[in-house]
Ligand binder design. Sequence first.
Ligand SMILES: [Zn+2]
Length: 547
Amino acid sequence: MRRIAALLAITALGLPVSGGHAQTAVDKAAKAVSADVIQAHIEFLASDALEGRGSGTRGGDIAARYIAAQFVRLGLQPAGDDSSYFFRVPLIGYTPRPTLSLGGATLAYPGDFVLNPMRWDSLVTVDAPLVFVGYGIVAPEYGWDDYAGLDVKGKVVVVMVNDPGLHDAAIFKGRVLTYYARWTYKYEEAARQGAAGVLLIHTDESATYPWGTVEGSGTGQQVRLETAPTSLQVAGWVQRDVMARAFTAAGSDLDQAMTLAGKQGFKGFDLPVQAAATVRSTMARTETYNVLGRLPGSDPALAAEVVVLGAHYDHLGIAKPVDGDSIYNGARDNAAGVGEILAIAEAMHRADLTGKRSFLFAAFGGEEAGLLGSQAMIDRPFMPLYNVAAMLNFDDPNLFGRTRDVAAIGADQSSLLGALQAAARLEGLQVSEDSSAMFRGSFFRSDNFPFVRAGIPSISFQPGSNYIGRPATYSEKVKSEWTATRYHRPQDEFGPWYSVDGAVQESRVGLRTAIYAADASAQPTWDVDSEFRAVGEARTRPGQPGK
Ligand SMILES: [Zn+2]
């Protein structure tokens, strides 16, 4: 209710909603979003011929070239490197072979632990004592500092997954995951504190993923962005029972420590346990590409600013067979998202519609390996980031049928909610909240997130939950079935179990939201209680006061 009240205030001011266009031009473009166009792109990109579009593979490169060819025919300008459509993403590829012992007891790999090097050397070693730091969070806005009074320099920190809100609705955001819950944050904070290693304690109930996911994604061939070295040498996960034995051997109790760590005023402590780790790997340089096309804005004062419409084109390539199929086609994840942004670009082209700000259509590589393509655009900024007004992300679109509503993760954090609400209303749709996606931390798990962390307001579209002609239970049922039987499996292939009708609705709302963001007099802003407000406000044009 609070946010709806805030929205009414925004619309009353006429800020994002009035736009600058005769509504007919936008209506014409929205109508021009074609189901056939979306479906044709999905069927091509998700065909076996593209071999699952793995980053840096032949199939992935064909997908990138296909998207660039579409950008050419839709009149988009090249916005990549050297006047091309391609933005280079240099990667390091390696396969880790780690060992780890705690207090002299050797752990089994990968049943007990998963460990990766945090610098790009063929042999990385750590031999240092453990420090228990609870959730490993420093969050001044919640009055929380797990590192207070501790010196972890050169030591190995033992960290819990998730955030303290998991067990106490009054702390942080309750069951809604904050960024502090993500393992990527825990690594970043440990590096800021000068630690040499990070061991996350894995429990199925606290993690938003099972041990199988840790093992599946943290072992075997890995790709990473080549980042500057920090104090961290190694980082990974240890099974809870295994870590509990190390605590017991040191005269401590892990269960008790974990309970205390969820309470205000928790104090971390040194453990008299030595961690000895080595990681051998053969490193090789490789690369992938983002495909970038620009539709110039019409207002000379605003055309230097962009609204990004992004979707990752990569998927998992050819991997372990499931039911006799080894091609991971990634139809919903995320040929469909690419189909949506291409259909939006085509609809704008057909209706001869531009925004006051420019649009940047971005098809990202390397998402499945950890948002690498989108992160690369922030690490080596594709343009001054204060000129990036907003980012709209399309990942895992609605292929389950027509709805009465749409949802977008991140709409609870910024004034983009106003643009989204207005856009949805014009399509006769409600905006609903996908709370299960918020519990899973979906906002931090797709290409919108590197933009968010750089302070750029962003939303990531999610399927609605109110399906036309279906019982109320359909949404929950079809989504959990999808997760169990198709998500990240070869079975995510295009067939009669998918329909693009919902994707058409989503694309029309996406197009209208993009136009609102492009035409508004000011860039969207973060809500006062958003954890990204500070970094967003710091992202100002040099010499200009904060927004
Ligand atoms: Zn995806």
